[in-house]
Design a protein around this ligand. Sequence first.
Ligand SMILES: [Zn+2]
Length: 291
Amino acid sequence: MQKTLREYILEADKAGVAIGHFNISNLEALHGIYKAAKKLNLPVIIGLSEGEEKFVGKGEAVALIKELRENEHYPIFLNADHHYSFETVKAALDAGYDSAIIDAVKLPLDENIALTKKCVDYALELSKKTGRDILIEAELGFIGTSSKILDALPEGVSEKTMTTPEDAKHFVEATGIDLLAPSIGNVHGMVRGGNPRLHPERVKAIREATGIPLVLHGGSGTMDQDFLDCIKEGIDIVHINTEIRVAYKEAVEKFLQSHPEEIAPYKILESAVEAVALVVEARLKLFNRMQ
Ligand SMILES: [Zn+2]
């Protein structure tokens, strides 16, 4: 019997390390992530946002992960990253995803709670029906929305929009979520000139108030020590997306410049697989204190 994602998260929590969550838009990124995780023998989570999922295909994503998990017996899991409606969460879970993030941060709090609770209830019902152990994550406190290079902090992100332990406790109790992504100084994307510093003391307080595993979004561009401090205080999963996108694009650009006559996609894109693997390996080593 393979361990479930919930079991791997609890293991990471106990060991004071974090599981890496990496996004893909295609097969090459998946191969790069898998290659790095396998080299270090670490469980890994693959995320697809609504946009990434639309491009890859829901069923296709599930089939890719299933191949690695069931036929290669590797602990690799599939997460519906930032899905914005009950319908898209339900569709992902129905297709076979292991977990989903319902992102209702832009709604008023009572509507956010109601929508999140609806997703939690559905996941419980589906878990019971299928014997799967499906997890629901939600975000509280605004941290921006896009995995790209930013000239400045996203509008609306400030110390004031950081999650408070009291709000987090209320939200977790009202919704029954399995995982919480708080705002603790983190932002989605990479800010030119450096991402803001994180607040590990805030992680500790939220963790103590809620008692559930916490997820750090917007990990790209974060200082190594900030990662380590936050993982120590209760972050069990870290999301990296922008760094992978940058590595992918730069590798393909460089390859095409040096091989202008090459037309075989598998030769061109091999450079992207290698570049993604390097980023993921370095991040996984850090999150697991292997360096
Ligand atoms: Zn995110």
